[in-house]
Design a protein around this ligand. Structure first.
Ligand SMILES: Nc1ncnc2c1ncn2[C@@H]1O[C@H](COP(=O)(O)OP(=O)(O)OP(=O)(O)O)[C@@H](O)[C@H]1O
Length: 298
């Protein structure tokens, strides 16, 4: 059974659409990336999962329980980092740990100290003296210290420097390896690419892709650079159907390869080429196209 599931989840804001018939499922042990441009519906989905908003249609469930009706009970099993983290100015890690231990009815101090050490977070520094990144670290410690079965993280790396982003990535991987489901939203393709098993892309409230990273990589085009002896040879070159020209500059022709490399190698062998470069699958261009699909009549 999926740890998290949404079925035709729909929420409007007056005449404005927040999310529209969103279907998602995340299993235990899975790291799931939720990507989308600004205003796409990521935070709305997360707020519906957390039971802060009531769906207008459809349903969200965590561990088989309805997120709206059982929101209080579900918070026990969920670790949540909001996108707009707000913390009292006087709060320190130590005071927060004791408050959370009391409200959750479990002592989280040992795990909180361990996490704080990983994030190099000072236990007695108050929020008012923290930088934005440091506040984010405190939010992450509080989201993770009770070892939740499901982690819901809304843009968790915002404000973190690259070293701390990689510490967070390690912690996310460890949580998933221990059986937790991880759902996180992001604008950043690179972190999703390095961390997630699967990714969904939401755009204008609708999920337009929900695929494993391996499957997406498989359909990502490779950029091929063909270098001819001179500009004349490059402009006169007749290319096969599986190469789509992106740019011709001087003696170099940049193309995108559709399909696999063997036909390219066979073709290139018979061409008057000086050099050929075959790039890695370009996931970025797949995301770029998916983000902008439907715009300008595409
Ligand atoms: N409280 C609200 N009142 C009215 N409209 C809202 C409200 N919250 C969100 N929306 C609208 O719902 C849509 C989805 O917004 P949402 O905040 O879920 O997007 P997002 O993907 O999280 O964006 P971002 O990446 O900018 O945080 C947007 O069109 C937004 O303007």
């Amino acid at each position: 059974m999926a740890m998290l599931r949404t079925t035709n989840l729909t929420r409007r804001y007056g005449a404005r659409l927040g999310v529209d018939r969103v279907n998602l499922a995340v299993d235990a042990g899975e790291v799931f990336g939720f990507l989308g441009p600004n205003g796409a519906g990521k935070t709305t989905t997360i707020r519906l999962l957390m039971g802060f908003l009531r769906p207008h249609a459809g349903q969200a469930e965590i561990g088989g329980l309805d997120c709206w009706r059982h929101s209080a009970r579900l918070k026990r099993d969920v670790g949540y980092l909001p996108g707009d983290l707000r913390l009292y100015p006087w709060l320190t890690l130590t005071t927060a740990t004791s408050i959370v231990s009391q409200t959750r009815g479990m002592n989280i101090s040992a795990r909180a100290s361990e996490l704080a050490e990983r994030f190099e977070l000072e236990p007695t520094l108050p929020v008012r003296k923290m930088s934005r990144g440091t506040r984010q670290k405190l939010g992450l410690v509080l989201a993770m210290a009770h070892r939740p079965r499901l982690l819901i993280l809304d843009e968790p790396t915002s404000g973190l420097d690259p070293l701390m982003q990689s510490r967070l990535a390690d912690l996310v991987r460890e949580a998933a390896a221990a059986g937790a489901a991880v759902f996180f939203s992001s604008h950043t393709l690179s972190e999703v690419e390095s961390l997630c098993d699967r990714v969904a892309i939401v755009r204008r409230g609708k999920v337009i892709v929900d695929e494993s990273l391996d499957a997406l990589r498989h359909r990502a085009p490779r950029v091929v650079e063909l270098q001819y002896g001179d500009e004349h040879a490059a402009s006169a070159a007749v290319l096969p159907d599986f190469l789509q020209v992106v740019e011709r500059r001087g003696a170099v022709c940049r193309c995108e390869l559709e399909g696999t490399t063997p036909p390219l190698v066979t073709w290139a062998y018979q061409q008057p080429l000086v050099d050929i470069r075959i790039g890695r699958p370009d996931l970025e261009s797949v995301f770029h196209r998916l983000y902008h699909v439907g715009e300008e009549g595409t």
